[in-house]
Design a protein around this ligand. Sequence first.
Ligand code: GLU
Length: 390
Amino acid sequence: MRIAARLLGVSASPTMAVMQEVQELRAQGVDIIDLGPGQPDFDTPELICRAGIAAIEEGFTRYTPAAGTKELRQAVAEKYNRDCGTSFDFSNVVITSGAKHALYNVCMAVFQAGDEVLNPSPYWVTFPEVVKLTRAVPVTVPTMQDESFILSPERVREKLTEKTRGLIVNTPNNPTGAVLPREVVFELAELGRERNLFLLFDETYERFTYGGKIHVSLAEVAEELDDAFAIVGSFSKTYAMTGWRVGYCVGPRFLMQKITEFQSHETGNPCSISQQAALAALEGGVESFESMRREYEKRREYLLQGLETIPGYRCVEPDGTFYAFPEVSASMERMGISGSVDYANFLIQEARVATVPGSAFGLEGHIRLSYATSMKNIEEALERIRTAVA
Ligand code: GLU
């Protein structure tokens, strides 16, 4: 049986692979602490669950329009209008089955063979794979640990060629936790306009910033972008709704129209029940995520202090998301381990702690730890790692 060439170049999501591995080990009775995939340990807030249950009870179980219900699209548009001063309406929004789906839709609509798409590294694992699926080429733009992994517009410029068509930015960044300052977002917007680039911002972690840092959305400069932009967002992290699969893309009308046509063949509509739950989430106001943010902030403090006490670990303070991305190359050297995949395996074997190797995000010598887990798990994981690397 022949597998089509377009899929041969795509590898499995390493974050999902860690999730799978942990499940298998647990099924064998292994006591493992999972700091791997970023999945909130909180339950979906009750108000949101109730809206899902009501949707079923009221028979809201049939097809919806391909782009999602008008109410939910309008509610997402209004969120941006409130937070970023835009004047979007429902026609600027397409609801999708999770943010990955939104990302795929936008990339399929905009990129093609012969294009280069700039992909700042460390990057979230899915970006380069989705770009490859469009037959465009992902081109890495490094961000530097000693610059707190903040994307430098100068370094973006250095990678521009005749073929550069777009730039994918993730702020707050998974895995580094870097939150792009306002001036950088504005500079990138200017560069995009000047060089005719399509800017795609993944803002999945928009609500999770710490230490007074503020997320700046691309929507704030949307009017100046000559329609060459899209923003991808998710309900998964903000409202602890990973399994419900609801995300969205926001952008110019003609692009959303094209994506709607594509989606009408691709998936039909996103789940009707999940859409009703997502609408309740947006109507629920800040309290539905602010209590989770406060809890993440405490865990982050604790994890960062703990990492400082592990020999050979060095961690830039992550201002957002719920990940820490320490450099562990000194520890790797001490243990005689040469790659982050082997190091993550060593942590599974010897410490019984699951992490994601830095190489999955395009940077060796690091591991990613998720603190979307209980304080007790974080305490225990730190203790186990400390003992294993001693
Ligand atoms: N986005 C999360 C992560 O980076 C969940 C897994 C995934 O979607 O890749 O761990």
